[in-house]
Write a protein that binds this ligand. Sequence first.
Ligand code: SF4
Ligand code: SF4
Length: 952
Amino acid sequence: MTLDLPVRVPSFDVTVDGRAVRVPRGAMILEAVDAAQVDLPRLCRPDARAPLGACRTCLVEVEGAGGGGARLVAACHTPAAEGASIHTDGERAQRIRRGVLDLTIGMSRDGAGQGTAARHARAHGLAASSYRPRPRAPRDETNLFFTLDMADCILCGRCVDACQRTQHIGAIGINGRGPTAHVGVAFDAAWEDSICTSCGQCVSQCPTGALMPKRGLPARASGREVETSSVTETETTCPYCGVGCGLSVRVENDRIAWVDGMPDNQSSQGMTCVKGRFGLEFAQSPDRLTHPLIRRGGKGGALERSTWDEALDLVARKFVASLGSFAGIASAKATNEDGYVMQKFVRAVMGTNNIDHCSRLCHAPSVVALQEMVGSGATSNSYADYDIAGTLLVVGSDTAQNHPVIASRLRRAVEDRGAAMIVVNPIRIDLCDVAEIHLQPHPGTDVALFNAMAHVILDEGLWDAAFVEARTEGFEAWRRVVEQVTPEEAERRCGVPADDIRRAARLYARPRPGRDGAARGSCLIWGMGVTQHTNGSDNARALINLALLTGQVGGPGNGISPLRGQNNVQGCSDSGCLPNSLPGYEPYDGPAHAKYEAAWGVDLPRAMGMQSTHMIDAMVEGTLRTMYVVGENPLISDPYLAHTRDAFASLDFLVVQDIFMHETAEMADVVLPAASFAEKYGTFTNSERRVQLVRPFLPAPGEAREDWAITAEIARRVQRILERPVHGFDYAGAGAIFDEMASLMPIIAGLSHGRLEREGGLQWPVPDDGHPGTPTLFEAEFASGRGRFIAVEQGPPAAELPSRRFPYTLITGRSLYHWHTGVITRRVPGLLGQVPVVAVDMHPADAASLGFAEGDAVQLATRRGEIVAELHVDTRMRRGELFVPFVQLQGVAVNFLTNDALDVPSGIPEFKACAVRVERPGTPARAGRGPREQRKGRAPVGPGGLRPGDER
Ligand code: SF4
Ligand code: SF4
């Protein structure tokens, strides 16, 4: 019998221990051995990279390749020759491999070895080494997530390769020489003082267990080798950020034992960050909600355990009573199926389009601008385009903190493939280490910068006239605006030197060619530094104008990419959890309306629903009386929390459905326990539009249920009370929900759970069963036909500018070790240990001028509130600017300070700029709360950005 490898031509046959296998030309012998399903050691072989050929544990004998008798060769780096006869089981090869394995496990702490090395040693008849154990160096325990025990290290270098050539971080190397050689971080500092991000890629590659996770694993198993029969392995999708990394989760006795990346996942290519690798423990936290809770004794009463029946009946009755004053917030952490059922319930049963989700707080301006200008609100390209681009323009995205695996791909594009990177960010982010140009505009002045770049591109004839002519409209009107914005004029507004603007414009319009001289494209990648401003939509428009002007969209290695924040924020939008569109972005007031009415068997509302940020005002005004919040915590994620808290407190009835208790749930009248991603089946859609399966690997705790199942049950009970036909929510499972979605949503018409099981994740649009998915949008035309230039001018940079009383600008964002409001990551001891308190980053000169030092407690005050945070002196910051992540730790949350002034087209708040004062803790508040319009930053802005009542 011939065992076929995946077809690649040309190929030929060899035999392995007498079995014929076909291998592609150029394959190494190890590929043939694997094809024959022989378990040969390969201790130093990195999973995803070229062989090192160092450990000699993969020795085999080969006959017939090149003549002569049987030769001993290292299978990992010896090419297979046509007709070769390969023997893994010969006495000589086995004896030498046994000797190497004996030495290897002899270096271990107990002489029996760990993990892969121990398993292969036993397979070669070695229960323990014949060598006497060596003197031991102490274990390095300074990393919070894993240990390094040099006693078990064979210096194969796989960990170093993983860090330097896979993750492109370069935190570790082989320090010392000869007998003192060892793995360590630079200068043999403690891991916590190094640039190590604790991604665990090195641990995943260690074949001996020298690098070993601290938690989760049975004592004698390395990350890659759990040797008990009670272990299950499940492939799923990461629940944290929008990169959508594939994870392989090993579970032993219902506990997570180890998480690995999936090398064949096209989005993550075997990588994970610290949260994906070590951050899934939250699912088994004792803090999980396990039973429904009802507040008894009125608004001042306590939340007490109830039955599902009692809780759901109460919710249904209250929802019926609130018809006309009801809204729902869906969860971007839940699955597409959960989101679809949620918006269907709100529209078809509650009769309103008042449904929204956290996209409102992150990329709503990107969606507004993209839909206006190219007709589709999603990223146009794939992460694979970053790999082959000539220029990477990274704007307002601290990618290493927010999308770590994409940051690794970007660093690889620069370091291995010669791409040029331009970073636009007021903060000197980590990617600046590899960037060619770093532009630091004042917060809120991006329009001036991008218009000036367009000016240069026009002025120097670097634009793509043919593309503009053939595929766009609105060019001349737009051109008249940007012709006014010279680099020198922009420098006055945004603070970026005119010459740097010119250099960046040239590099974007004329991307760096490949090392072979071939032309390449430019990728435009942006994050919330662009969008979370009162001019967020204009910022996004100005960026997209650049792509249209240069034709850098719709081709290989180019494109426009807003990096989505939460794991399924793309899918939550796709599924219809938006107040202005039905699933698949079909307008609720267009022809799709009739399609959904027919499918769901009801009349659907035609009035546009409320954006989540407007729901806050509606609560205060009394027009919104009941809220159903799924998997979100607005009492930490929304701006101006004192006001948000007042709004939620004014509700008649609040239902929160989530996996943990949190600030919003504590105010609820009913709390419903939901299953987490670890306990359910469904799909997430990542930032490159890839729909990927989520599979359960743990039982749900207590009585927790899947989100869609809870919502569907509420829907049925509401229908019964309303004496309507009870229908439309009897799903057999998530697969049936997805089938209904595919039958209605053209963008996923060709997808099903079965197809995703067979083929892995696919990028929408997938219009039919045979369609392979769409890595690149707009190859021939835009979704709107022609791309549309929109002229935008730099307005006031922020609703609130620094003044004499509030002299600093506060910027907020995320941090690597926490997720969103921290509800989940606070339940992961390693992540919490890494960042236990909220810190404020400040330039050393500012700290010195205020008399503060590293670690001091400082009070930050804005017109809306005060917090006390720990000072972190940081040269990444510019003078006059501060950064605080928006996670809540120990009761401190920066959104007590932020401004709820909105970008009008998108409804996003201005998280990225507000005026703040720094003082000693306990300093009494000096800023009274002014009239509401002033607090909200919506009063007319005067010269210099001042508002009535402000003082310098
Ligand atoms: S955990 Fe990641 S960053 Fe740290 S040394 Fe290992 S591979 Fe490098
Ligand atoms: S990069 Fe994002 S998706 Fe990937 S492992 Fe980290 S948090 Fe998860």
